[in-house]
Design a protein around this ligand. Sequence first.
Ligand code: GLU
Length: 285
Amino acid sequence: MPSKIPQTVTRFAPSPSGYLHLGHAHSALFAWRAAREAKGRFLLRIEDIDNPRSDPAFMDAILEDLSWLGLDWETPVLHQSERLDAYAAALDHLRDKGLLYPCFCTRSSIRAEIAASGQAPHGPSGAVYPGTCRDLSETARAARMNEGKPYGLRLDIAKALARTGPLTWTDLGKGEIQAAPPAHGDVVLARKDIATSYHLAVTLDDAKQGVTLVTRGEDLLPMTDIHRLLQALLDLPVPQWHHHGLLCDETGQRLAKRNDALAIRALRQAGKSPAEVRALAGFPG
Ligand code: GLU
C-alpha cells in the first residue's frame, strides 16, 4: 500500500502588539503560499500572551489587513490566551521529571552576577543565564517562596539533554541541523508575570494545531533548538521548518519593524492595491 503523505499544515502567528507591516506580510504570504502549493491548510494563531502590549484592536486590524491582502485561513483562529491550562499541564509534566527549577533572579541581579564573574557568555537568546538558582537547596527555595519572592521557571538544559540525547531537526532551506540547546543556557519556560514563555507556548501550539511545516523569519532559527528539545521532552510530533530571509530595502538594510510607513494600512491608505503590497512584500504575481 502506498504510504500516506501527511497534508502540509502551515501557520502565521502574529503578536497583536502593533499593526501588520511589510515584514509580517512577507512571513504570512510565505506560510500561505507554502500551504497552497502543497494543497495543504493554512492556519492563524494570535500570540496574545504578552499581555501588557497586546491590544484587541490590533487583533482585528491584523485579520482585516491579511484578508485585504488576499489571504484566507481556516477557522477557528487559535488565541494563546485561551491555552493557559495546556501550558500549565506541560510545566507540571516537566517539573515532575525534575527538569525545572524556580528562578528568583531579576534582570539586574543577573547582570550583576555576570559582571562579577568577569565573563559574559552570549547565546542566541542574549546573555546566558549563569545558573544562580539552579543549585539552590530545597530549604533556600522554600524560604524565598515563603517570603513571597516572585519566581519564574527555568529548564535545566543539561538534565534535559541527558534525557533526550542529541537531537536534529530539518529546515527545508538549510537541511539537517544539529540542535545545540546549551548555547541558550537554562531558558525561562514560565515567566514571573505569565505562566508560560514564547518557547513553551509556540511548541505546544504548533503541536495542538497539527502544524507540519513551521515557517518564520530566520532571526528565529536558533530558537528552534529549544523547540526541538521541548518536543522530545513532551512527546510531541516533530514538524519540518522553513526559516525565510528577512525583507531588506534597496540598500540591503533589514526593514525596521517599527517603521509606520511600512504598515499595511499606511500603504493601503496611500492608495496601493493588494497586488502592489504583495509585490512589495516579496510576492509579486
Ligand atoms: N509571534 C512571533 C512573532 O510575531 C512568531 C513566532 C513564531 O513564528 O514562532 O515574531
